[in-house]
Each structure stands twice: as C-alpha cells, then as structure tokens.
Design a protein around this ligand. Sequence first.
Ligand code: KG4
Ligand code: ZN
Length: 346
Amino acid sequence: MLILSIDTSCDETSVAITEDLRVVANIVSSQIELHKKWGGVVPSIAKRAHRENLEPAIKEALFQAKVEPENLDAIAVTYGPGLAIALEVGISRAKEMAVSLNKPLIAVDHMEAHLLSAFAEDSQGKFGIEKPQFPALGLLVSGGHTELVLMKDYGKYELVGQTLDDAVGECFDKVAKLLGLGYPGGAIISKMATEGNPDKFRLPVPMINSKDLNFSYSGLKTACRSIIQDSSFDIKVDLSDFCASFEKTIIKSLLIKLSTAIEIYRPKMILLGGGVISSKKIQQAVKEEATKDKIPVHIPFSGSLLTDNAAMVGAVAYFKAKRKDFVKDIDALDRIPGLEIGENVY
Ligand code: KG4
Ligand code: ZN
C-alpha cells in the first residue's frame, strides 16, 4: 500500500510517502524561524507558509521515494486537531490530488497519528512493533496536547485523561521564554537539565492529589515565574539546576497519572508520542515505571517521528486503508480543529 500523506496542522508542512508501515520519505518543512520572533505560532503566517511549502514538499517526497503520483494507492491528510486555516491548506490540496489522480482519500486524526507513530518502520523495514497487543496505553505529550489514550484496537480509542489547561510542551516553551532561552525552548531546557541538580528547586507537582487521570500545568508555570522573577534567582548560577528541577517535576506529574492508568487499565503495551517525548529523561522514566509491571514501551524509531511529521499520518492511513476506511464524500471532508481522539468523524 503506497500512500502519500500530508500534515499541515500546526507549524510544520510535512509530506510523507509510506509503503505499508515503511517510511520511504518524510519531508518536514519547519516554520520555526518565521514564528520565533512572535514567541509562538501565528496562524495567518502558518497558513501562508504552508501554501508556499506544500507543493515543494510533495515534489521532494515523490522524488526521494522515486514514486510517480499515478502509482500511489491513496492520499491521506490530517483533518484535525490543529489550526483551522492551517489544516485547510493540506486538506484542499489532498482533495485535489485524490480527485485528479482518481485515488481514495483517507482522513487522519493528528493525535491518532502521534499515538501510532511507534508502529512506523524505517526504510529498511526495521523497528516498528513486532507483536502489538491490546489494550495499549498511549501517553501523548506535545506542544498542544497532553493525553492518556486507551487503545482497544486499531481505530478504537478512548481519551482517558488530558490537560485541563496548558499542555506540557506549552509549559516547557513558556518557562523557556521566562528564562530567555528562545522559542520553542523545550529541547533547550531538557538539554540544560542534563547538567543540573534536579533537587535544587522545589516546584509543586501538578495534580498530585487528584484521583482522576487529568493533567494541569498552568500552576507550575506560575510557580516557575515567581522563582525566576525573584531577586534571589541568578540565571548565571541557577539555570541548569532550575531546568533539571523543572524537568523532574514534569516527569513526576506524568508518572503519577501513567502509573494510575496502568493500575486501572492493565495495558499490554505503552505507546509514547509527541515532541516532548524527545526528552531522553522522560523516555527513561517511563521505561523504568513500565518495567515494574513488565509492560513493553514503544517509541518511534527516530526523533523526527516524535515532533510533527506526515510519516505518522501514513501509519494511521495504512491501518485505515486495510479496513477500506476511505472518505466517502470527498467534497464533504472538512477540517475539525477541536477533534478529539476516538470521534472518528470520517
Ligand atoms: O509534537 P510537537 O512537534 O507539536 C505539537 O503537535 O504540538 O511538539 C512540540 C513541542 C514543543 O513544545 C517543544 O518545546 C517540545 O515539543 N519539545 C521538547 C523537546 N523537544 C521538543 N520538550 C522537552 N524536551 C525536548 N527534548
Ligand atoms: Zn502534533
């Protein structure tokens, strides 16, 4: 099954070619430079950049994969969640391609794509998940979302926990901004953290006493602000210790909910996805937690499949294509910016 997938949900224009679960090409054209000076993603700038970058990304993906458009079996596109006017760019181009090439169109949920990113295999057909077992528990931690998802089977999901306010990535980025580390600062914080003392600063672990599986990060952000803006905080001396303490607090908050979810749902495997999972400390902490219950943890074979990309969209598209789950009325396909995993609208 040869599929061309498009994702324009946020600030990366991405196009991938996948053959079944094998990633043949995965082009990601990042807009970080354009949004940097605004300290966050500006939707109108994202839309314009997607329009400029999409066509070259499609050409490059086909070129790298040595595939002629006529030989594709299907076109896939992210229809939500994401920025409405950004999603729109990918959706309208995918519709055009499906119609002009007379190929089926597959509508993909961006969070399902993060969830299934570990299923993707490299160009040699290595990695991926050899023997998937269900139920699986997904921990998705990105710039826009922080979710615990129960995967009962392919296409069958239940959102069992989510953030009530900021996402973890958003919290990383806002704290990085307060520290003057630039945008997006998540990766910089986790790098600085490797040299710091994680016990130097005491930060409140969010939702430590709540019994449900939800997360919350706005309180932690506020606590970080008070410390950073306090006159006793010396950035030259304290930076790496603060980053390490912050990352440790985030890890604690994730592990508390993860372990509760493990107790409740007894998953047979854990799936990790989303940009924040790039932090090796977070990966290691989740693995240690899961080892206690002998649960295997699956992470995508490359960091480029953790941050936004279209190869993960291709993985979802493959399973949908196997079920012949194609868009029935191409004209009617519309973006759903607030799509929730499990809704399966198309
Ligand atoms: O998944 P992603 O590319 O975008 C969304 O779908 O939202 O995630 C981007 C987020 C940003 O907030 C970025 O700061 C964070 O992932 N991030 C990291 C690391 N690398 C990227 N956060 C912590 N540690 C990292 N190494
Ligand atoms: Zn994402």
